[in-house]
Design a protein around this ligand. Sequence first.
Ligand code: GLA
Length: 381
Amino acid sequence: MTASVVVSHSGASIPSRPAVFSVIAPGRVNLIGEHTDYNEGLVLPMAIEPHIRLDVAARPDQWMVFESDRPEFRVEVGQTLSPHDFKGSWAAYPCGVVAGLKRLGWDIPGFTARISATLPAGAGLSSSAALEVGVATAVEVLTGKRLPSEQKALLCQRAEHEFAGVPCGIMDQFAVTLGKAGHALLLDCQTRASVYVPLASEAVSVLIIHSGVKHSLADGEYAKRRAECQSAARLLGVASLREISPSDWRDREPSLPDVERRRSRHVVTEHERTLAFVDALNVRDWHAAGECMYGSHASLREDYEVSCKELDLIVDVSRHVDGVFGCRMTGGGFGGCAVALIDAGRAPQIEQLFRSRCRDRTGVDPVTFLTKATGGVALLQ
Ligand code: GLA
């Protein structure tokens, strides 16, 4: 049977077989290098323990079913997929990936993928990239075909552009695909070359603090920042903001309008901070690394204007928690999470203190995750 559109968001009409394999796709947190990927700059994300899991079973028919334990999160789709059928729906992510693989000429059999998650959606921890890369990996297993990692990440990014309407950069899909335990990924978004940067986990831990504000990139502000950066690059006469050095930028910034001046200042200085952060990690100077994070946050708040008062409060609180080296908003912004680099020897106590200091200021305990850098997407053995 071949069908063309979503036929159901509700009850199961077609029985599925028991799961035959499972894929785990991690979320990601970006340590530094924010809003630089679509400016062809450097980013330093790491894959994290909270993840999306897909339990997958082949079907005897041509239907592709994505379901979860919540009936409202269930779709059945046929073999012809169009972005128009998924506007505003979470199903845009998995279906965009399947459509991309079909465009490559892959013959995809019917399957049921049961989705569960320890990774919260809307927290700015790349649940969408995890779902995309997880689905691409599941289809690789089902078909016995393989995509090189870079191509897989780019295909998932394209799915997000075309099906979800989010003009994201490449950071999230690369982090979910290429994550490595104990390491952050320093990715050059111009050349797509990457190196793994070891995180000394006996010395430093990563704490993620949710602002409680749901983050969304689809509401236009993200696309607006992208356009403002393109406009700044045009006015500066470069192909992307990656092309301009800090000293050239300083010489030429007086000619820029205010918005372009501030957006480009963030991008140019964030590049410097990312390099300084990596240097600091390499020489185990945690305080210097932490200052880079605070500098990044101030720049994102003042020049890039993607923070919010809840994230600013968390960063402010972090200054008063002993054992925190640095803290900043992470990901696209406008809500979502902050990330802190903290003393590993006292990590659980620091997490508790952080929560209680936030509670003193806001009346509520924030959701926090103490996490390690993990491997990228994987078939569960
Ligand atoms: C989102 C996007 C990424 C990146 C970050 C900001 O997470 O998906 O591509 O642009 O925002 O650094």
